[in-house]
Design a protein. Structure first.
Lengths: 577, 550
């Protein structure tokens, strides 16, 4: 019931907002997101963090002719992402108070629908339910961008929709293929192939989209089939992440979206892609992902460097942060492709951290934009002189994003690179390959304490080294941007009333309510994010410990499948016929 | 012959209603004339209920009466036809005689039966539905031909008289000539099949194919028949008429054209495929993994037919979608989208019913086609209903002008919320946006296609859905996101409120059927069962023939 209520609460509030008066829209939305947030807090409290496996599981029958049920359940990975979603909900509503003054009912109701859909993605334990929520995030985001975005919004919205829609229909074909494959299996065949699998398989020819069943079935696919399925899944999810060659929708969408839209896009929507790769690509096609990890990692590294270099030449602050997302998520997927505990834990932590710091950066840019109506670095400079509080937060979150030790970005980035570094068979001492054997010590828990050079994998030091250059590039462009905008001589857009006590645009009366520096509402929006950045940076052990259970399960699946890969699973099936 | 009648009660009811409507429509009293639509509706409703509840048990069908190939389909198809037929009927209000009645009401003219079209229009409407239901019963090539023609002939006239503008008549003539070409093609095909097998009875032909294989002559006949029937479903290469005819006819008649001939065409294609391949399935063989091949041939169609349908499906989807992207008129856009949706459904035909191990709803391509027909019927009626429920005030010639371009739909959610939101929901459903009905219609096509090993075709289907997203998005968001041009003449709601009702009913159906679709899918699963192995053929020759068919 817990998870359903987390999905239904925003949905119900969306209807309330849509039916209620416009004057009440924001407050209703705030109440709705606050209720969701507290429900999520309750869920965090009730969640047993030390237990691996899924909790709050529930299943309602739906279209059983097709094998679709409303099944939900979360492990610690999904729980954290749901918590992030619930946290960003009220923040987005609060940050839109002055930015959105037109068609507020539409705005807040779609924002709430979006939150429900995103929570649904993380909570689903049914492939089709997942797909429905995954696809349905497109409609609210499309509306938010194309109604409330800046000048080029329509093009950005359509590009965003078409890119992600095209990818995900191909991913659907991959899903259906896996389900079909599973429908051809019977318990006898499964047990012959892998006696450790105990899950009940339905009768031959009966389809199911239940994730637990499919995870076990998919592993029996031959490496070649896994490769095709991986390609299909990546077609859908790499676009969402976005990985290097298919990233072009992101800067446009980010730049054109309203502030809250960018926050959600960076904070959660991109994580749908990384989460889906973790949740589906890894357990469905372990052998294929092991084989193709270097290739995907190369794409990540190209994304890291290319994204970084493009950031360097940007003059639009928002576009700069948008391209930095391409680079950052490159690190995230690189860590995942390491296929060891260190890398995957780092990668999942990166999802949270990127959501916090980049989300906050977009909020800060939105605040500046509301005051100056520009995002161009040429027209802004030395803002610290006028807005010290804003400048403090800006520097803080930039540091978090750069990866300053002590803040959250460092931990996850370091773990991702460390994971890639360790993931090489060339180290020759795979003593601790089995996750169970990992020593559990150190400040960061089991994940960070693995012996260097101790895991199987196909990446290695070179991958880590080249990605490391990306960190330097990131430091350069972000610090360059901060140096230009925050420090230096005061530059304000032409025509801006530099002497007025208010920060409003010369002609625009509607924004004169904003003070020069941040108001209490805006500070209140930023503080929770800042607190979490520090907390996750100084003491990430609880989070990493909570992740270790599901992550080591995943790692075990991949490593076992890889070591069994010499015996093609399909041949076992043939024998069973 | 008496046995036969038990299947035909819905048609008989419709036919009696037709006769009544034809007479009543010429009545001198306005109220009685007005009652024609109600009587037609009552007749369709009665036929639908009869088909749904009182259809004879498909298991008891004998060779002497009823078609044996898809025996469960009959009741489902007739119910589906009745339900969508009722929704379409709501749209037809005020299509003909609008000015005529206005003038009579104003006392400027007295009623003249020669100038009134109402009786004919509703009678043709009912005739067409009768023909459509008869298609599902067809167990004979002659029967099938007559049923197809009974479905089509009235539509030619309905197109021509649906609007006062001359382009309606142009569309009618164009539709008639190309329709005649299509009919000639499949009639020629039927003749060749008869020549090759010596029988017009579908069961006998199937059993002939099963024992002796399909001769080149019969294959030529089958291919020609498929080609001719593909005119009805507007599949490439017989799709050229679609945009012009849909644009020329009134939107409500276009909605009719998008459903009725298409359903007739698909029922015929399913029957022909069952005759030529699916009925070869070895009956009663246990479902082991080896009996059903996932490779080509797993589709259980003769390779030539499979190839033709495959190419037709791929081309139809792609041509329809790509050309739809270029349109600005909503009617032309929906016409090309209708072409594309036929292509999607052909994927289900190519996939076929599957082997004995695959009798679930998800594996059966025939069920998927039958389910998609319903989904398409509901959501497509919704889009056309919005167009039909809107109009512009009369121009200088006194004719009510239709709304047509995407620009006309702008801001509809604010000006006419019910219509605007119906348009948004139905277009998103046509796009295949989960969790609306269109998505659940496409999903079985995906699953059945993959089950049959037609992966490339499924990927083409997926990519086409993405192309289609582009134009459906424009259609879905013009009412919602855009504001009407201030200079443009505002669109007004048509005085015939039932058209709005049809739009709202469709939109509600699109949402509700997706949530409550399980029992419906169960019906489709049953309806898609192909009678495996024609029972009156015995002996060891059957296995030989099934091998030859592969």
């Amino acid at each position: 019931m817990m998870l359903f209520s987390l999905i239904l609460a925003p949905l119900a509030s969306a209807f309330l907002v849509a039916l209620g008066p416009a004057a009440m829209a924001r407050r209703t939305a705030l109440a709705g997101t606050a209720v969701t947030f507290f429900a999520a807090c309750a869920a965090l409290y009730l969640f047993n963090w030390s237990a691996p496996g899924y909790q709050f599981e529930q299943s309602l029958p739906w279209l059983q002719q097709v094998g679709i049920n409303l099944s939900v359940g979360v492990d610690s990975v999904a729980m954290m992402l749901i918590a992030l979603t619930a946290l960003l909900g009220p923040i987005c509503v609060q940050s839109s108070k002055t930015a959105i003054t037109d068609r507020v009912k539409t705005y807040y109701s779609w924002l709430l629908v979006l939150q429900a859909a995103m929570t649904g993605v993380f909570a689903s334990r049914d492939l089709i339910l997942f797909y429905i929520c995954f696809e349905f995030t497109l409609a609210p985001m499309f509306v938010l961008i194309s109604l409330y975005g800046s000048t080029n919004r329509r093009k950005a919205a359509i590009k965003f929709f078409l890119y992600t829609f095209t990818g995900s229909v191909i991913a659907l074909a991959g899903f259906v293929y896996v389900a079909w494959f599973s429908s051809r299996l019977t318990p006898g065949i499964v047990n012959a192939a892998d006696p450790s699998l105990l899950h009940e398989f339905p009768q031959l020819g009966k389809w199911t989209f239940d994730l637990a069943t499919l995870e076990q079935a998919a592993r029996l696919m031959s490496p070649a089939k896994q490769g095709w399925v991986l390609l299909a899944l990546l077609a859908g999810f790499a676009v969402k992440v976005p990985l290097f060659p298919v990233h072009t929708w992101l800067p446009l969408a980010h730049t054109e979206a309203p502030t809250a839209g960018s926050v959600i896009l960076a904070g959660v929507l991109l994580k749908l892609g990384t989460y889906a790769i973790y949740r589906f690509a890894l357990p469905f096609c372990p052998v294929a992902i092991y084989e193709h990890a270097p290739l995907i990692s190369v794409l990540c590294i190209v994304g890291i460097l290319y994204g970084g270099l493009i950031c360097w030449v940007q003059t639009d602050v928002k576009k700069l942060v948008a391209y930095s997302s391409v680079a950052h998520l490159g690190f995230c997927i690189l860590g995942m492709m390491a296929l060891n505990n260190t890398g995957i834990s780092g990668s999942i932590l990166y999802m949270i951290n990127h959501g916090l710091s980049t989300g906050a950066l977009f909020l800060l840019i939105g605040m500046i934009y509301e005051r100056y109506h520009t995002r161009s670095m040429k027209e802004l400079g030395g803002i610290a002189a006028k807005m010290p509080i804003w400048a403090t937060f800006m520097v803080f979150f930039t540091m978090a994003s750069v990866g300053l030790p002590g803040l959250n970005g460092f931990v996850s980035e370091f773990l991702c690179i460390l994971g890639a570094f360790q993931a090489s068979s060339a180290w020759g001492s795979p003593t601790a390959t089995l996750p169970n054997g990992l020593p559990n010590a150190g400040l960061w828990g089991s994940a960070g304490a693995a012996h260097p050079g101790s895991t199987l994998g196909s990446l290695g030091p070179w991958f880590a080294a080249v990605a490391g250059i990306g960190m330097i590039v990131a430091a350069i462009y972000l610090l360059y941007m901060v140096g230009k905008v925050v420090w230096g001589p005061l530059v304000e857009p032409h025509g801006h009333d530099s002497h007025g006590g208010h920060g409003g645009h010369g002609e625009s009366e509607s924004h004169s309510v904003l003070p020069t520096d941040l108001c209490a509402r805006e500070i209140g929006v930023l503080v929770p994010l800042a607190v979490l950045c520090v907390a996750l940076g100084v003491y990430p052990k609880p989070a990493l410990d909570a992740l270790s259970g599901p992550v080591s399960d995943t790692v075990r699946v991949v490593q076992t499948a890889r070591s069994n890969a010499t015996i093609p699973a399909d041949s076992v099936k043939e024998a069973a016929r | 012959m008496i046995d036969r009648l038990q299947f035909l009660w819905p048609e008989i009811i419709l036919f009696i209603t037709t006769c009544v409507v034809m007479v009543i429509g010429l009545s001198k009293t306005y109220l009685r004339r007005k009652a024609t639509a109600l009587i037609a509706g009552a007749g369709i409703a009665l036929a639908t209920v009869w088909a749904a509840t009182r259809s004879p048990d498909a298991e008891s069908v004998t060779a002497a009466a009823g078609q044996l190939l898809l025996p469960h389909m009959v009741a489902y198809a007739k119910t589906l036809i009745g339900i969508v037929g009722l929704m379409l009927l709501l749209l037809m209000a005020g299509t003909v005689d609008r000015e005529e009645e206005a003038q009579i009401a104003a006392g400027r003219r007295s009623f003249d039966p020669l100038r009134s079209n109402r009786a004919e229009f509703y009678a043709f409407y009912l005739f067409s539905l009768t023909g459509l239901m008869l298609c599902a019963d067809a167990d004979d090539l002659i029967w099938l031909f007559l049923a197809l023609e009974l479905t089509s002939l009235p539509t030619y006239i309905m197109v021509a008289i649906s609007t006062a503008q001359t382009r309606g008549r142009e569309a009618g003539v164009k539709y008639f000539f190309l329709g005649a070409l299509g009919a000639a093609t499949f009639l020629y095909g039927f003749a060749l099949i008869y020549g090759a097998t010596g029988s017009t009875n579908l069961n006998t032909i199937a059993s002939h194919f099963r024992t002796d294989g399909i001769s080149p002559l019969a294959m030529a006949g089958l291919l020609l028949s498929l080609l001719g029937v593909s005119f009805k479903i507007a599949a490439v290469p017989m799709h050229f008429y679609t945009p012009d005819v849909y644009e020329g006819a009134a939107p409500q008649v276009s909605a009719f054209l998008a459903f009725v001939p298409k359903t007739a065409g698909f029922i015929s294609i399913l029957l022909l495929c069952a005759v030529a391949g699916w009925a070869y399935l070895p009956a009663g063989q246990a479902g082991s993994l080896t009996t059903v091949k996932a490779a080509p041939g797993g589709t259980q169609l003769p390779e030539l037919m499979r190839l033709m349908l495959w190419v037709m499906a791929a081309l139809t989807m792609t041509v329809g979608n790509v050309l739809a992207v270029l349109q600005t008129s909503v009617k032309r856009l929906l016409a090309y989208s209708s072409v594309a949706h036929s292509g999607y459904m052909l994927v289900g035909v190519v996939a076929g019913p599957g082997g004995p191990a695959d009798q679930g709803f998800t594996s059966n391509g025939v069920s998927a086609v039958l389910f998609y027909l319903l989904c398409y019927g509901v959501m497509n009626v919704g889009c056309f209903a919005v167009l039909a429920a809107l109009e512009r005030s009369p121009g200088r010639d006194g004719n009510f002008r239709e709304t047509e371009t995407l620009a006309d739909l702008r801001g509809l959610c604010t000006t006419h919320p019910a219509l605007g939101w119906s348009m948004v929901i139905c277009s998103l459903s046509l796009l295949g946006m989960p969790p609306l009905l269109g998505f659940f219609g496409k999903l079985p096509l995906f699953t059945a296609g993959i089950r049959a090993g037609e992966l490339p075709l499924v990927v083409i289907l997926g990519l086409n859905s993405a192309i289609a997203a582009y134009y459906y998005l424009r259609m879905a968001f013009a009412p919602f996101l855009e504001t009407p041009d201030a200079s443009a003449e505002p669109v007004i709601a048509s005085p015939f409120r039932v058209r709005q009702l049809a739009a709202v009913v469709s939109a509600g159906g699109v949402v509700l059927l997706a949530i409550l679709g399980n029992s419906l899918m169960e019906e489709c699963r049953k309806a898609g069962e192909v009678r495996a192995g024609i029972p009156f053929v015995t002996g060891g020759k059957a296995e030989h023939a099934s091998a030859a068919a592969d």
